[in-house]
Design a protein around this ligand. Structure first.
Ligand SMILES: [Zn+2]
Length: 161
């Protein structure tokens, strides 16, 4: 799959705009129009509301890429990770601003907007999110979230980054 096309065709990915089921509070990214988590799927129709992901999460799986795809030659080795967001959805993205050897499962990261790749000599530049280690202290929010569990609490997460 062409990553560039992938981004172009899904503009909501630029700003991490997902959706949330107002019946069961499950959060989805990319946004969905029907909630697969609701026992009665039809109950969620028309109840899916826009939801802004904070971009905060932690690495749940990662791989160090040494053979770059076209357009990524300047970036190897780089880390491609699965990041479970605090709101629930898992995102895939590159982890930057850290040596690949320092990336671990459980690393707290935050989405940051970066140049993804440059397309040929025409210099078409694609932007999207990458993940960088979190440096500020969000531990209070983290502890609160741990007590409350994954669902429900997400409603009170900041709606914008
Ligand atoms: Zn639901």
């Amino acid at each position: 799959m062409s990553i560039a096309r992938f981004w172009r065709e899904t503009p909501q990915r630029y700003n991490l705009g997902g959706s949330r089921c107002s019946v069961c509070q499950h959060v989805y990214f990319p946004p969905r129009t029907v909630c697969p988590s609701c026992t009665n799927h039809r109950a969620s129709i028309g109840k899916m509301v826009p939801f802004q992901l904070s971009g905060d999460g932690e690495v749940t799986s990662f791989t160090v890429v040494h053979d770059a795809a076209e357009g990524f030659e300047m970036q190897v080795p780089y880390v491609l990770a699965l990041v479970k967001t605090v709101e629930g959805p898992t995102l895939t993205g590159q982890v930057v601003d850290v040596d690949p050897s320092q990336v671990t499962i459980g690393l707290k990261v935050r989405a940051t907007f970066r140049k993804l790749r440059e397309e040929g000599k025409a210099g078409v530049i694609h932007y999207g999110y990458k993940f960088a280690p979190r440096t500020d202290d969000r531990s209070a929010a983290e502890r609160s979230r741990s007590r409350a569990g994954t669902f429900g609490k997400s409603a009170s997460e900041p709606a914008s980054a």
